[in-house]
Design a protein around this ligand. Sequence first.
Ligand code: BTN
Length: 263
Amino acid sequence: AGIEFGLDAPYAVEYYDRLSSTNDRARELAGDGADGVAVVADEQTGSRGRLDREWVAPSGGVWLSLVIRPDAPPARAPLFTLAAAVAIVDACREAGVNAHIKWPNDVLVGGLGDETDTDTDADSEGRGGRKVAGILTEMEGEADRVSWLIPGIGVNANVDSDLLPADATSLQEVLGEPIDRRRFAATLLERFAALAGTPDRMDRILPAWRERASTIGRRVRVDTSNGPVTGTAVDVEPPGALVIETNDGTRRVHAGDCEHLRD
Ligand code: BTN
């Protein structure tokens, strides 16, 4: 079992030096009926990313999966992922690294300023716009109610960026020094609980997400399972669909890879 992580958080925390995947451990716990447990590992040997991709998770990251049993219909599940993205951005900013969200839930370093040109958004060493965190949410549900939901959160915290893909960076790389991962995880969990912990506050998630996202107003291309959709992203609608004005009218996309295009 995990060891004490010494974290003051609104969830019970299980900490491991190494796991195959925190999402897999979280699924075991969910199967045993757990609710409100965060699984944290320093290193993952078999971690998973979105769209069946590999996710590189060496020692030094914040690899964290949360088991929750929200009183919500499965259709609202994407909102929890958006809440996790908001929580990550706020924890990054508290650690001294500005960050923003690219739809649906990639967290990139850099401000929300002039992102029409990814070069000007980069810092002097070209690190702006690089991905620092991602989320893989897994869920089991019945027709009308989520049974369990696992937001799996990967943050490249104190990771040597040489180990990461070329379009990624780490908080340590941007800051020039390691962050306090306990404090980061505590902030993240507090922010998540504040937004998604009770159903009555969930209408705050989308506005909070919009405030931190760089995708609205941008020209985008989203690769969906039905092919690419290109146009201007005009809004995000509950529970998380991107609304795109295309030459052929308005399209709503629910999942896919989003690329910001130059205007
Ligand atoms: C993405 O592709 O952007 C999502 C990456 C999610 C990675 C995290 S790390 C903690 C959790 N455990 C996993 O195996 N994946 C998620």
